[in-house]
Design a protein around this ligand. Structure first.
Ligand SMILES: [Zn+2]
Length: 224
C-alpha cells in the first residue's frame, strides 16, 4: 500500500490540506482528521486518512495511513488511526463521499453547543451558500444537523448513519461542542464545502454576537 500510486498522491494531498487547515486556525492541539476514498483496486483499503495525535502544522505524507472497512491500518507506515475513523468510514458507506474533512474551528465548536438543543443549525440568506453542490441561490435555507458528542465513535457513527440516510442533500454535520464534518464527491469539492461551512459559521457567530438569534429566515420574517 505504501507504494500504491493513488495512496501516495492522496497522502501528499491530505498532508497539504491538513497544514492549510492548521493555518486557518481550524486544527488546534493536534486535533482533526482528513481522508480520501481510495479506488476499488486498493482493496482491502477503503480510504487514506491522517493519523491520530499528529500536529497538523507539521504533518507529512508519512503521517497518513490506509485503513480497511473495520478501521484497521493496512500499510506499514502512517501511525495509528483516530477513533473518528469510524465516522469517516460511515460517511463513505452512507453518503457516497469521495473525501471527508473534519475540523475543530472555534465557530463550529461554539455554535454546535449553543444550538445543540435544536438538533440543527439553519444557514439562510448567505451568497456563499451557492458554494454548496446543488444550491443556486442565496434565498434558501440549508440545515446543518447537530449530533451530541461522544467518546464512543463507533456507536456514534451507528447513531448518525440512519439520520444521514434520511437527509435530503447534506454536505456536512456538527458534533456538539466538538467540530464540523464536511464531505464532497472528491477532495476538491469537500474542501470547497468545508470552506463554505466554516465561512458561514463565522457569519452566524457574528450575527449572534450582535444580539440576533440567527440570520436564517430573516428575509421571510423581517421583524425578527
Ligand atoms: Zn474531532
Amino acid at each position: 500500500m505504501d507504494t500504491f500510486p493513488d495512496f501516495k498522491v492522496s497522502a501528499e494531498e491530505l498532508a497539504d490540506l491538513a497544514r492549510w487547515a492548521y493555518r486557518k486556525g481550524w486544527a488546534p492541539g493536534t486535533s482533526t482528521n482528513y481522508s480520501v476514498r481510495l479506488p476499488d483496486a486498493a482493496v482491502p483499503a477503503v480510504c487514506a486518512i491522517t493519523s491520530t495525535g499528529v500536529d497538523k502544522e507539521i504533518i507529512e505524507p508519512s503521517d497518513v495511513l490506509a485503513v480497511d472497512r473495520d478501521g484497521r491500518p493496512v500499510n506499514v507506515h502512517g501511525g495509528k488511526p483516530s477513533a473518528e475513523t469510524w465516522l469517516h468510514l460511515m460517511l463513505y458507506e452512507t453518503v457516497a463521499a469521495g473525501a471527508v474533512l473534519h475540523t475543530h474551528s472555534l465557530p463550529a465548536a461554539l455554535l454546535s453547543r449553543l444550538a445543540a438543543d435544536q438538533g440543527q443549525l439553519t444557514l439562510g440568506g448567505w451568497e456563499l451558500l451557492k458554494g454548496l453542490n446543488g444550491i443556486a441561490t442565496h434565498a434558501c435555507e440549508v440545515m446543518l444537523p447537530i449530533f451530541p458528542n461522544s467518546q464512543d465513535m463507533r456507536a456514534l457513527a451507528a447513531q448518525i448513519k440512519p439520520r444521514l440516510r434520511d437527509a435530503e442533500s447534506c454536505h456536512g454535520f456538527l458534533l456538539a461542542g466538538h467540530g464540523l464534518y464536511a464531505w464532497g464527491k472528491d477532495l476538491r469539492e469537500a474542501k470547497r464545502h468545508l470552506e463554505v461551512f466554516e465561512f458561514l459559521l463565522e457569519c452566524e457567530r457574528e450575527v449572534r454576537s450582535h444580539g440576533h438569534a440567527s440570520s436564517a429566515g430573516s428575509e421571510h420574517s423581517p421583524g425578527r
